[in-house]
Ligand binder design. Structure first.
Ligand code: ADP
Ligand code: ASP
Ligand code: MG
Length: 450
């Protein structure tokens, strides 16, 4: 098997000439390691496509024009000669024409939405592959509908291991063996029947991990717009610092509990295959970033604070049934059927409290549960989490978290403390999330409360 390295570039990393030049530099530097590039759509393009799909036709057309303009500007920056620029531009026009056709359909179900948004990555991967070839780096666009085989859970599909492995190896090995760099669309895949699917918002990280797993790559690099994984979202907490090394499990908990830097499912395939991951900054390529490694024995520590600023807290009371056998199963079956994933759970003798993200079909699930128990829906909730290996071994860890929040007069509505001791999560009033994150970060990570 040829060793390879997967390098994924996010939206901001593919939106300017300077950053695309950095992609070229990275690929050249990794030439002997057989790089496979995975790219997101240009910044804001997925949002624009989704909002076009949800707008009346006139506004939708304006959004398509905005997308066209964004790409046209980039192409003009990248290609000085008219002929090459026009070739790329005509590809984009063709793609946007296809999008316009799709937008005319009336019933915009999840399946259609996936087809519409897939064009963001189809366009960006084409631009990058054309530009790298123009720079004498032989490369070819690969649309992941050809290689990532998924289930039919449109909007948040899951890849199927066997057929994906087969397709990825069949399509990519011959290219990398011949030193041709595959430029793969992130975010998308297709069902066995060939219907386009997406892996969920931010899914290009997951695509990179899936491809790394399928190829048995030596490393997966996620290039983004910050110097790695930080102790808290650097956009929110100015005192946050980049973390040189974290474990797969810590990274996974962070992603599940709100850190946008990684798609929540990214860690699974790479951790399974023991492939190390690095998070690097396209805007600051010399920075060492964060290395994500598998290490079992690690001292306990507090690694980061994450948050979800808006979640739904459900409290289900089983007064009549006193938690009879099957009560919990009945509740979770309803969520399973509706494909709603539950984040945190806390159970007492007569109540079950749980948090989940706001989803369109939540009301239907609530109605079903309401038939056999009392259910209270609290939409004014946020989750703040303290993440770290063996966090429970910290002396007074929970007491410190409570006392920091208490000092700020922030009441905890629910707490979840993972059995594996990697997070302490508190559900609080939604409007308090920022104050809570800042206070927990500064006390627990900058000294004081540890
Ligand atoms: P990309 O388009 O490259 O995938 P994203 O916007 O999806 O980039 O993810 C990078 C962003 O994640 C950063 O700009 C940062 O604001 C946010 N983020 C949230 N939590 C963290 C964290 N703990 N460490 C680093 N970045 C974080
Ligand atoms: N373009 C997709 C999104 O905005 C996927 C990604 O960027 O990872 O969600
Ligand atoms: Mg992302």
């Amino acid at each position: 098997m040829t060793a390879s390295i997967v390098v994924k570039f996010g939206g901001t990393s593919v939106s300017t000439k300077k950053n695309i030049q950095t992609i070229g530099d990275v690929v050249r530097r990794l030439k002997d390691k057989h790089p496979v590039v995975v790219v997101s759509a240009l910044s804001k393009v997925t949002d624009l496509l989704l909002s076009a799909a949800n707008s009346p036709i006139k506004e939708a057309n304006e959004k398509i024009e905005e997308i066209r303009k964004k790409h046209k500007q980039l192409i003009r920056e990248l290609w000085q000669d008219e002929k090459s620029a026009n070739k790329v531009f005509s590809f984009i026009n063709k793609q946007l024409q296809l999008v316009s056709q799709l937008l005319k359909q009336n019933n915009k179900d999840k399946r259609l939405l996936d087809s519409i948004v897939s064009h963001g990555e189809i366009i960006s991967s084409y631009i990058i592959s054309q530009w790298l070839t123009y720079q004498n780096i032989p490369s070819v666009q690969i649309v992941a509908t050809e290689i990532i085989v998924t289930d039919n859970n449109f909007g948040s599909a899951e890849f199927l291991e066997k057929p994906t492995k087969k397709q990825v190896q069949k399509m990519l090995f011959p290219l990398i063996k011949n030193s041709i760099v595959p430029i793969v669309t992130g975010f998308i895949g297709a069902t066995k029947g060939g219907k386009v699917t997406t892996l969920g918002r931010g899914g290009s990280d997951y695509s990179a991990s899936i491809i790394g797993f399928a190829l048995g790559s030596a490393e997966v690099q996620i290039w983004t717009d910050v110097d790695g994984v930080f102790t808290a979202d650097p956009r929110v907490v100015k005192t946050a610092r980049s973390i040189p090394e974290i474990t797969f499990q810590e990274a996974s908990e962070m992603a599940f509990l709100g850190a946008k830097v990684l798609h929540p499912r990214t860690m699974r395939p790479v951790a399974k295959a023991g492939i190390s991951v690095r998070i690097l900054n396209t805007f600051n390529p010399k920075n060492q970033g964060t290395r994500i490694v598998s290490r079992k024995e690690r001292k306990s520590r507090i690694t980061a604070i994450t948050f979800k600023r808006k979640v739904v807290l459900l409290t289900i009371k089983a007064e009549q049934m006193f938690m009879t056998t099957g009560f919990l199963a009945k509740i979770f079956d309803i969520f399973k059927e509706a494909n709603i994933s539950v984040d945190l759970v806390s159970v007492s003798e007569v109540t079950v409290s749980l948090t989940l993200d706001m989803v369109d079909n939540l009301q239907d699930a609530v109605k079903k549960i309401d038939k056999f128990s009392r259910i209270v829906v609290d939409q004014d909730a946020a989750v703040v989490s303290v993440i770290g290996e063996h966090i429970g071994r910290y002396h007074h860890a929970i007491r410190n978290v409570f006392s920091i929040l208490d000092k700020k007069h922030i009441r905890v509505k629910m707490i979840s403390f993972s059995a594996q001791n990697r997070n302490i999560s508190c559900v609080i009033k939604s409007s308090c999330w920022e104050e809570a994150v800042q206070a927990l970060h500064d006390e627990l990570l900058l000294g004081g409360g540890k």
